[in-house]
Design a protein around this ligand. Structure first.
Ligand SMILES: Cc1cc2nc3c(=O)[nH]c(=O)nc-3n(C[C@H](O)[C@H](O)[C@H](O)COP(=O)(O)OP(=O)(O)OC[C@H]3O[C@@H](n4cnc5c(N)ncnc54)[C@H](O)[C@@H]3O)c2cc1C
Length: 382
C-alpha cells in the first residue's frame, strides 16, 4: 500500500489551499449563518471548477477531468476545512453530475452541460417526512397516465433543493392498481414542484429544502431508473458518496484542531500557555490521531471505488466511525477554548454546530452499523 501523495496530488492540493485562503475564506466568513443567494452560490461553484472539485472525477468523455476519488476526497476535505456550507453545495454537484452522466442518453445530452458548468443546480430527493432511514417506505407516488406520470407527495432535507433547477426524485410508481416499486425520475423545476428552505442549527448558508409535488406531470421519458430498481441504484450512489461525506466531516474537525492549537498556544493560565499543560497536549494529540484514523478509513473506501472494488462495507465503516470521530474532535476543540468556545466570535462555536449534521446525513451511524452487522452475521436487523 502506498500512503504517499503523488506529485500531481501535491500540486493540486497546494494550489487549491492557496485559492481557498484567498478567495473562499472571506466569503465563508461573510456568510457564516447567512443564506448565500443562488447567483452568488453559482459564482462560487464556478470558481471551484478549475480544481476539478465540482465534477472533475467524471471521465473525460463525459466532460470531466478523470480525477480519481482519493484526490477528490482530499480536495473536499480542504474545502470543508474552510467552509462546511459551500462544501455541501459542491458535494451535491458531485452526486448529481454522476447521476446525470449515468442517465438515459437524451436526458444526459440535455442536462449534463449545464451541470458541468454549474449553470444549473440539481438535487437529490430521497428523504420524506415519514421516511429518512427507511427509504423503501417511500410514500410519494408517481401514477402512470398514458405516457406521463402524475406526481403527488412531499420530500424533505433536500440539499440544494431551494437552488434546484431540476432534481432526481425517488418515487413509488403506480400503474392502475399495481404498485411497481420505486423508480427514479429527473423532474424539471418547470414541471411545477415547489420548495421551502429549512432553518437549521448550522449550515444555513446553503439550501436544505422541503419539496412539494401537487399533480406534477412528468413525461415517461424522464424516468432515470425504472421500478423496482431505484433503491438498489441509490444505495450504490450513497456508498460512493459516504467516504466523501466522511472526508468533509474530518475537514471540519481539522479546522477545529487548527483553531484549538492556535488558541492553546496563545491562552495563558497558571503562568504559561495552556498548550504546555499535559492534559491539553493529551487532547491535541488525541484529536490529531482521530482525524488521521478517520481519513485513512475514508481514503481506503475511496481507493476501493477507484479500483471498482466492493465499497458498501468500507464506506459504512468509514462513514459512522469517521463522522463520530469528527464530532469528538470538535467537542474537545470547544473544551480547549473554555467559555470562549461558545462565543459566536470564535470559529469553533460554529464548527461545533456544523459538524453535528454529519453522523446522520447520507445514512445515520445506527444504519451504517446495521449494514456492517448484516454483513458480519448474514442476518438483517433492520
Ligand atoms: C443537512 C442535511 C442535508 C440532507 N440532505 C439530503 C438530501 O440532499 N437528500 C435527501 O434525500 N436527504 C437528505 N438528508 C436527510 C438524511 O439523509 C436523513 O436525515 C437521514 O437519512 C436520517 O433520516 P431521519 O432524519 O428521518 O431519521 P430517522 O430515520 O427518523 O431516524 C431517527 C433515529 O432513529 C435511528 N434509527 C432508524 N431506524 C433504526 C433502526 N432500524 N435501528 C436502530 N436505529 C434506527 C436513526 O439512526 C436515528 O438516530 C439531509 C439531512 C440533513 C440534516
Amino acid at each position: 500500500m502506498d500512503f504517499s501523495y503523488t506529485e500531481d496530488q501535491t500540486i493540486l492540493l497546494d494550489g487549491f489551499k492557496r485559492f481557498l485562503e484567498s478567495d473562499i475564506r472571506p466569503i465563508a466568513d461573510q456568510y457564516r449563518d447567512k443564506f448565500i443567494p443562488k447567483d452568488k452560490a453559482r459564482d462560487i461553484q464556478k470558481s471551484l471548477i478549475p480544481f476539478g472539485i465540482v465534477n472533475g472525477f467524471l471521465p473525460e468523455n463525459d466532460g470531466g477531468l478523470g480525477l480519481d476519488q482519493k484526490s477528490y476526497g482530499l480536495l473536499m476535505h480542504e474545502l470543508a476545512r474552510v467552509s462546511p456550507d459551500i462544501c455541501i453545495t459542491t458535494q451535491i454537484f458531485g452526486i448529481t453530475s454522476k447521476l446525470i452522466a449515468a442517465s438515459p442518453e437524451h436526458l444526459k445530452q440535455r442536462y449534463i452541460g449545464d451541470v458541468l458548468t454549474c449553470e444549473k443546480f440539481a438535487s437529490v430527493a430521497l428523504s420524506e417526512p415519514d421516511g429518512g432511514s427507511d427509504l423503501a417506505s417511500c410514500k410519494l407516488k408517481a401514477r402512470k397516465e398514458g405516457n406521463h406520470f402524475i406526481i403527488n407527495g412531499e420530500k424533505t432535507w433536500n440539499s440544494s433543493g431551494g437552488y434546484s433547477d431540476f432534481l432526481f426524485l425517488l418515487a413509488r410508481c403506480i400503474d392502475g392498481d399495481q404498485d411497481q416499486g420505486l423508480g427514479l425520475f429527473l423532474v424539471d423545476r418547470e414541471m411545477g414542484y415547489e420548495t421551502h428552505d429549512l432553518e437549521k442549527t448550522a449550515l444555513n448558508s446553503q439550501s436544505t429544502a422541503q419539496v412539494f409535488f401537487t399533480d406534477v406531470k412528468v413525461p415517461e421519458s424522464h424516468m432515470v431508473v425504472a421500478p423496482p430498481n431505484a433503491m438498489k441504484s441509490m444505495m450504490k450512489t450513497l456508498a460512493m458518496s459516504r467516504p466523501i461525506v466522511t472526508m468533509m466531516a474530518l475537514g471540519i474537525a481539522q479546522a477545529a484542531l487548527d483553531e484549538a492549537l492556535s488558541f492553546a498556544k496563545d491562552r495563558k493560565q497558571f503562568g504559561g500557555p495552556i498548550a504546555g499543560k499535559q492534559m491539553i497536549q493529551d487532547k491535541l494529540a488525541t484529536m490529531a490521531t482521530k482525524i488521521e484514523a478517520g481519513k485513512l478509513m475514508a481514503l481506503k473506501a475511496l481507493d476501493a471505488i477507484d479500483r471498482n472494488d466492493s465499497t458498501q462495507i468500507p464506506s459504512a465503516m468509514a462513514k459512522w466511525y469517521g463522522t463520530e470521530l469528527a464530532c469528538e474532535v470538535v467537542y474537545d476543540a470547544v473544551q480547549i477554548h473554555g467559555a470562549s468556545g461558545i462565543i459566536r466570535e470564535y470559529l469553533v462555536e460554529y464548527l461545533h454546530r456544523a459538524v453535528r449534521v454529519f453522523p446522520f446525513t447520507e445514512g445515520t451511524t445506527e444504519i451504517q452499523k446495521l449494514m456492517i452487522g448484516r454483513y458480519l452475521t448474514g442476518i438483517s436487523a433492520f
